[in-house]
Design a protein around this ligand. Structure first.
Ligand SMILES: [Zn+2]
Length: 356
């Protein structure tokens, strides 16, 4: 193996329902187009929780041990041998997607829709695509996005979910001056609020079943908040645009009911597969545009720029940080949406300027 970098380390591996282990791993030798990244932070995503709690995330069923983690940032410890990608010592965010699906029909500008697309830390295909909750990760150099000068790794740790939110808001079109309803104020909902503020929405009304997440929503730009049980207040919003980020049919129903005639509903919260009981006839009589939103493409570059120049303010979305060694406790905290937003795992001490 070329070079002298020690790529021994531990990784957070899901073996089955409730069976999350910190395993010693020996990462494969990098191919010539792969770099070794020393991971600094990893955000725990809903899909990571689903693998842990249910052994599956939607239709992706765990069939072999899987290193979790797709929301990671770190520092290149060894650059790709072929010279592609950033050099050693560069702080980077990671774009977890590898488009696929040659020959399938989808818009060329939307590789996120390619049917063969793989994603780090996903059991969608077999063998699974191993993730990056590890001290060192071997990653294709093309996935690495150098952080703009002065952007701390800890803030950049939200770049992946913020890109999901950025893509969702972009799906709504121009939101400047508009009234936008955000259903669900978990990490993606709160990040959507932050992106909407950055994009110039005039009114941002956030909804959640719990009061705690609404506090975070207010900190990142919500101008008004409503508890989900208050159906009348939601219906009275008559939003130009609604962003459904709860991933629950009741949330989608609220989004439809809270949108004005002729308005747009963007659906980013991933609903369970199968039939969903929602008041869909309203979408006909109100001429609503229902738009799906799935992952993202190059939005991560815009997100990193906006995080660096301060126009996108997301820090309150992170409510907890745990060292990697306390991963089980971190996952327990993350599954309690009443008391946690985004939970970060820290893998190494952060030495970038501006880090806490
Ligand atoms: Zn995620």
């Amino acid at each position: 193996m070329p070079g002298n970098v020690n790529t021994n380390g531990s990784a957070l591996v899901i073996h089955g329902v409730g069976d999350l282990r910190l395993d010693a791993v020996l990462p494969a030798a990098p191919r010539s187009d792969e770099a070794v990244v020393e991971i600094a932070y990893g955000g725990i995503c809903g899909s990571d929780l689903h693998y842990w709690l249910h052994g599956a995330a939607g239709e992706s069923i765990l069939r072999e041990p899987l290193v979790l983690g797709h929301e990671v940032v770190g520092t290149v410890s060894r650059a790709a041998e072929d010279g592609s990608g950033p050099g050693a010592g560069t702080a980077v965010a990671v774009h977890p997607a590898t488009p696929g699906g040659a020959g399938a029909r989808y818009p060329a500008e939307s590789p996120n829709l390619s049917p063969g697309c793989t994603y780090l830390g996903s059991a969608a295909r077999f063998p699974h695509t191993q993730g990056a909750f590890s001290q060192f990760a071997v990653l294709p150099a093309r996935m690495l996005r150098p952080l703009p000068e002065g952007l701390p790794l800890r803030t950049a740790a939200l770049a992946e979910p913020a890109s999901v939110a950025w893509h969702a808001v972009a799906r709504a079109g121009d939101v400047r001056g508009k009234r936008v309803l955000v259903i669900g104020s978990g990490p993606i909902g709160c990040l959507a609020v932050a992106v909407l503020k950055c994009a110039g929405a005039a009114e941002i009304i956030a909804v959640d079943v719990h009061e705690e997440p609404l506090k975070t929503a207010r900190l990142v730009g919500a101008t008004e908040t409503i508890l989900a049980a208050d159906a009348d207040a939601i219906a009275a919003v008559e939003a130009d645009v609604s962003v459904e980020s709860s991933g629950n049919y009741r949330g989608l129903d609220s989004a439809i009911r809270g949108t004005m005639r002729g308005g747009t509903v963007v659906m980013v919260g991933l609903l369970p597969s199968g039939e969903q009981p929602v008041a869909i006839s309203l979408a006909i009589t109100r001429e609503l545009d229902l738009r799906g939103s799935f992952r993202f493409n190059d939005e991560m570059d815009d997100v990193l720029s906006a995080l660096a120049d301060g126009s996108l303010h997301v820090d309150p979305v992170v409510t907890h940080e745990y060292p990697f060694s306390d991963a089980i406790e971190a996952f327990n905290t993350a599954k309690d949406s009443r008391r946690s937003g985004k939970v970060l795992l820290s893998f190494t001490p952060d030495t970038t300027p501006g880090a806490r």
